[in-house]
Ligand binder design. Structure first.
Ligand SMILES: [Fe+2]
Length: 219
């Protein structure tokens, strides 16, 4: 089973696909790369206040559209939870987490400004999730220049799994991010790679990277 568990392909609810047509285009390309299962993980952040209901509505629309078009792909539903005081504590408190593969949770940091996390301490929040018997996944640490290498290793030691982006390796976010992703992989701390698919720029960059002889599902 070839799984991509990090994607922003639901239309119009975050900074990923804007229209249903774009969603279908992205899924078609990803199926062409060989993915059998894609988990939709729209952002839940201060800016994108997505609820389970909103995500389910868009998810059902995309599933039905793909079925109508005869595109066979196993679509799943979850979210990428940002550590924002405005969204994360309530989700945890009310038990609203949508799991990936029955046990994982994508927990992202603000990309540039860690002060957006307010009073939340990542290690504590990871600990809460772990104590629930779940496994936190920190997506694309190579993009967090505010995160020290030491702290990243402490998260890994605590039981957090690390996911890097194919797009980082393909150079979407620049050379420094590419180098950091490569370094984390070579150090053996990356457990998963995912597309973090947002739009056709990601498709084009990852396609070009594949044409250079790189392979999905291989580190
Ligand atoms: Fe993402």
């Amino acid at each position: 089973m070839k799984i991509d568990f990090h994607s922003h392909i639901l239309p119009g609810i975050d900074d990923g696909a804007r229209t249903l047509e774009e969603s279908v285009e992205l899924v078609t390309e990803m199926a062409g790369w060989g993915f059998d299962r894609i988990t939709c993980t729209p952002h839940i952040t201060r800016k994108f206040r997505n609820t389970t209901e909103v995500i389910r509505e868009k998810f059902d629309i995309l599933c039905n559209t793909l079925a109508d078009k005869g595109l066979k792909i196993d679509l799943r539903m979850s979210a990428e939870y940002r550590l924002n005081p405005e969204t994360w504590p309530e989700i945890l408190e009310k038990g609203l987490l949508m799991l990936i593969e029955d046990k994982y949770i994508l927990m992202e940091f603000p990309i540039n400004d860690p002060s957006e996390m307010g009073y939340l301490k990542p290690m504590e929040e990871f600990g809460k999730v772990i104590s629930m018997g779940l496994t936190p996944i920190l997506p694309h640490p190579e993009r967090y220049f505010h995160l020290s290498h030491d702290m990243l290793l402490r998260y890994v030691d605590a039981g957090v799994k690390i996911q890097s982006n194919y797009g980082s390796l393909a150079g979407i976010y620049g050379e420094a991010v590419r180098e950091r992703a490569r370094m984390y992989i070579d150090e053996g701390i990356v457990s998963f790679l995912a597309t973090d698919m947002h739009n056709m720029l990601y498709i084009n960059a990852i396609s070009a990277w594949l044409q250079e002889g790189n392979r999905l599902w291989e580190m």
